[in-house]
Write a protein that binds this ligand. Structure first.
Ligand SMILES: Nc1ncnc2c1ncn2[C@@H]1O[C@H](COP(=O)(O)OP(=O)(O)OP(=O)(O)O)[C@@H](O)[C@H]1O
Length: 587
């Protein structure tokens, strides 16, 4: 007997079914497919009174972990949709958009108002994208008009397509002109578009997206990132490439080996540009842009994208962009109110127990044995390993992703998490940016991050593409310095800020973010962090950021050391560890 309906595939009869559990084959429904429709179901909150909390040992001052009351469950009646059609565009309706610059091209309201070409239009339909998201509505016409762009938009709001689609359309249209440039006579690959981003996983993800959007066109895409043997990448470069997606370190290596020439670059995109600066990649980025054969800014189009834009990024923009538009969608550096944020006062000693409580109640509440995908962020690689082991010992199999795992292990971890075969992933900040796992239901900040931008990106792994999500942060006095910035982000996104969090510091001490509108407009998180504007404009970062221990543990950030790429970036340190800035960073 066949299932009826239109959404997930039944594991036995392979016919689409409307519900995550097929009534005829409930035991055989492929749990991975069922998982994919999890978050598109009606969001139903379970009252906290329905859930038994583990008794607290901390008395009245203890703030019970509320995540148990906010687990999202699939509703009974709503029909599931392929995940991209489940996008809640109402969620974006009131979003403030600001664009600054000369003669900014007007936004569009549909993908088909732009001359993307029939192949791309079909691919967009096949991706299930019915309408452009706000950042796409505004950014795409700007890029299509040939303008430089610095764009800041919330996590999960479709920035990747916003820059990929116009680039692919542009290359596809001018294909005849470029085709001859593939694999230059010198043997060096000569891409027309270069997309640089901070992590290998992000490179790989953008590569997959480009392939999807460029389906049926002759646009070729290749990747370059460390941690895997270079010859595979060389082979694919030799076949010719239009779009190269790369991490800065491996790209410099390829340029030095004369395997890549940038002389034909027409489109340059820096995705998560602020993160690359944070990771100490500025010397490599400057080398790539200023010291190679890449055309000068007036002869190429340059785009910077991120959800957070600290002031340092203005230096880059001033140096690399010309006559650019500065587009902000939503509040700069803030999160989205699609994500319910909870902050729980938990001491270091109690964290493990609280995590187990949360996971246990999640699996108790999970409908039809479909476990919600839960991403747990920790600060260190060792912490990730320890927590993974602890969870395993307590009946919660988890996987982990961090800089000490081989690239293969990292890819396997991510893919089993994406497929839902393992529903818990422990991660360091290596997975905090850009990674798009559409159905992450819950992000837990087990260790609170050292800066608020990191918090914004971490929680942004849930609540993507218009869907709801839940983020829980464990917080105690050791995170005190982050209290006000956290309260700000929560307030901006209409979250309930617990009174105890506010008691950690004065509301308007330290020249806080909200008190400095001018800074905010240009992407500064707060007065305290970038209080010395002059310093920031011209050079190194302020004292506070340098004081982040984890930032500095693995090496100084000065240009000299990082510019010695052979030592630090490309040479494997030992059999297991590999070349990656995440090693230096300890994440
Ligand atoms: N127009 C659209 N309609 C529906 N879904 C979309 C649309 N555009 C993008 N998406 C989907 O939204 C999800 C998030 O997109 P993307 O990863 O580009 O977000 P992002 O803004 O780059 O996030 P982050 O800041 O975390 O990197 C992806 O799964 C993507 O396929």
């Amino acid at each position: 007997m066949l299932c009826s309906g239109t959404s997930a595939l039944c594991g036995t009869c392979f016919v689409r079914t409307r519900r995550p559990v097929c009534s005829n084959h409930s035991t055989t429904l492929d749990p991975l497919l069922a998982m994919s429709s999890f978050m598109t179901y009606e969001v139903k909150k379970v009252s906290s009174t329905q859930v038994a909390y583990a008794p607290s040992r901390r008395g009245d001052n203890f703030h019970a972990p509320s995540p148990l009351s906010d687990i999202f469950l699939p509703g009974k009646d709503s029909s599931s949709l392929p995940s991209n059609e489940g996008i809640n565009f109402d969620a974006y309706e009131d979003i403030p958009v600001e664009s600054k610059g000369r003669e900014v091209p007007p936004p569009v309201s549909s993908f088909f108002e732009m001359d993307l070409g029939s192949h791309l239009e079909l691919n967009i339909k096949q991706c299930g994208y019915k309408l452009p998201t706000p950042v796409q509505k505004h950014a795409m016409p700007i890029i299509m008009a040939g303008r430089d762009l610095m764009a800041c938009a919330q996590t999960g709001s479709g920035k990747t397509a916003a820059f990929c689609l116009p680039i692919i359309a542009g290359i596809h249209k001018g294909q005849d002109g470029f085709r001859g440039r593939r694999g230059a006579r010198s043997g060096a690959a000569s891409p027309v578009a270069l997309i640089i981003c901070p992590t290998r996983e992000l490179v790989s993800q953008i590569h997959d997206e480009v392939k999807k959007y460029a389906n049926r066109t002759t646009v070729r895409v290749a990747v370059a990132y460390g941690g895997v043997p270079i010859y595979q990448q060389l082979r694919s470069l030799q076949e010719g490439v239009d779009i190269l997606v790369a991490t800065p370190g491996r790209l410099v290596d390829l340029i030095d080996r004369a395997k890549v020439s940038l002389q034909n670059v027409k489109y340059l995109t820096l995705d998560e540009a602020d993160r690359m600066l944070d990771m100490g990649f500025e010397p490599q980025i400057r080398k790539i842009i200023e010291e190679t054969d890449m055309p000068p800014s007036r002869n190429r189009q340059t785009m910077l994208f991120s959800a957070t834009f600290p002031s340092e990024i203005k230096r880059l923009a001033a140096d690399f962009l010309s006559n650019y538009v500065y587009l902000t969608v939503g509040k700069v550096g803030s999160s989205t109110d699609l994500i319910t944020q909870k902050v729980v006062d938990v001491s270091n000693m109690d964290k493990k127990k609280h995590l187990i409580d949360i996971l246990r109640s999640q699996s108790m509440n999970a409908a039809h044995e479909v476990k919600p995908l839960t991403l747990v962020f920790v600060q260190t690689k060792r912490g990730a390993d320890l927590l993974e082991r602890f969870l395993y010992q307590n009946g919660f199999p988890a996987t982990s992703i961090h800089g000490d795992r081989s690239q293969r292990e990292r890819e396997q971890a991510l893919s089993s998490f994406k497929r839902g075969s393992i529903s818990i992933m422990i991660a360091t900040d290596v997975a905090s940016r850009g990674i798009d796992v559409p159905n992450v239901a819950h992000v837990i900040n087990y260790d609170f991050p050292k800066n608020i931008d990191s918090y914004v990106h971490r929680i942004g792994r849930t609540g993507r593409a218009g869907k709801s999500g839940l983020a829980t942060a464990f917080f105690d006095h050791t995170n005190q310095s982050m209290a006000m910035e956290l309260a700000d982000v929560m307030e901006e996104t209409k979250q309930e800020v617990p009174g105890w969090l506010l008691r950690f510091g004065p509301r308007n001490g330290n020249g806080r973010r909200n008190s400095n509108k001018t800074d905010l407009q240009f992407g500064t998180r707060n007065g305290r962090r970038y209080s010395d504007k002059t310093d920031l404009q011209f050079g190194p970062r302020n004292g506070r950021r340098y004081s982040d221990k984890t930032d500095l543990q693995f090496g100084s950030r000065n240009g000299r050391r990082y510019s010695d790429k052979t030592d630090l970036q490309f040479g494997p340190r030992n059999g297991r560890r590999h070349s990656d800035v995440t090693d230096m960073w300890g994440i």
